[in-house]
Design a protein around this ligand. Sequence first.
Ligand SMILES: Cc1cc2nc3c(=O)[nH]c(=O)nc-3n(C[C@H](O)[C@H](O)[C@H](O)COP(=O)(O)OP(=O)(O)OC[C@H]3O[C@@H](n4cnc5c(N)ncnc54)[C@H](O)[C@@H]3O)c2cc1C
Length: 345
Amino acid sequence: MIISTGTRAALEPTPGLAEAQPLTHVEALELDQIPEHLIVIGGGYVGLELSQAMRRFGSKVSVIDRNDRLLHREDEDVSEGLRSLFEDEGIDIVLNARIKSVSGKSGEAVKILIERKGVSQTLEGSHLLIAAGRTPNTADIGLELAGVELTDRGYVKVNERLETTAPGVWALGEVAGSPQFTHISFDDFRVFRDDIAGGNHATTGRQVPFCLFTDPEFARVGLSETEAKKQGIAYRLFKIPMEDVLRARTLSETRGFLKALVEADGDRILGFAGFAVDAGEIMGSVQIAMIAGLPYTALREAILTHPTLLEGLNPLFASVPSVPHQSIQMADRHQERDRSEKKLA
Ligand SMILES: Cc1cc2nc3c(=O)[nH]c(=O)nc-3n(C[C@H](O)[C@H](O)[C@H](O)COP(=O)(O)OP(=O)(O)OC[C@H]3O[C@@H](n4cnc5c(N)ncnc54)[C@H](O)[C@@H]3O)c2cc1C
């Protein structure tokens, strides 16, 4: 048996929130009117994509997030790029906000009381969209009767072969806590398919590419700078603004950047991120190079058609990389050690 019941929009127990009957992405996509003023709770993927779309349809839009920047797990230049994009489009961004209570009803009038750094503030709008995370669909379907255990966060507990704690029961996709993308749910299916046929396919170590479908898009595969720093992985950073990509100029779509992390002591590509027109498509080519284990120099020297967006990979990998990041820290640590050894002497 397979459990693949997915997730749904999470609704925090904020006073008045459930009574306000907020839209989730499901209702938002079925609206037959343009909200006059849409307040969006959540500056993640769903919140950002729908905010920009609704703004472009003509709504006034305010996005509230509890963190100090949009897409807060991504690198700061990504958050900053999105912030300036949204501000240029006239979307209000309210960060560091704790929602204290909600009153009114979405579709009529809503009031949100928030606190920002100890200061109370009220936001008023006509519609409310909740896009503040997901909840697994695991309650009330008798999983406990079948011996299927859940994690602390309510997802089905699985191993790297997506087997649950009940023999002969697998869980696939978001309900199993897999990264929340359609292509990952599909890959979970491949893991199951291969294992049930006697193979040995696991979810460990797989690539998780993704794309935020704003305009321009944000796409990433492999390590971000934030992740590389956290894991202590030394890298050289190659980064160019989209003005350096000739196709972006012909399209008059020069907002954003491309960047790639290359290992410090070799030519392997560790990660790629693009905040750019068609970034998802550009990323795909770098991802294939990564799968093939090509050195970054192969993309630097490749003869790529002019003028296409992919041609931008030539200037990206021909740009002057940063000094390897971790080695700066290592050098600092060595200097510190030398200083303390001198003091001891
Ligand atoms: C607004 C939005 C935009 C997104 N955009 C993208 C995107 O651009 N690219 C991307 O890769 N991912 C995107 N995602 C994520 C993507 O939709 C999910 O990762 C993917 O659908 C997960 O697949 P799944 O099979 O785990 O769950 P789902 O696709 O959610 O399927 C679960 C199914 O189980 C059903 N179900 C639930 N409970 C029961 C029950 N008790 N009995 C029977 N059936 C039940 C549900 O109704 C649903 O049909 C987006 C998500 C949202 C919300």
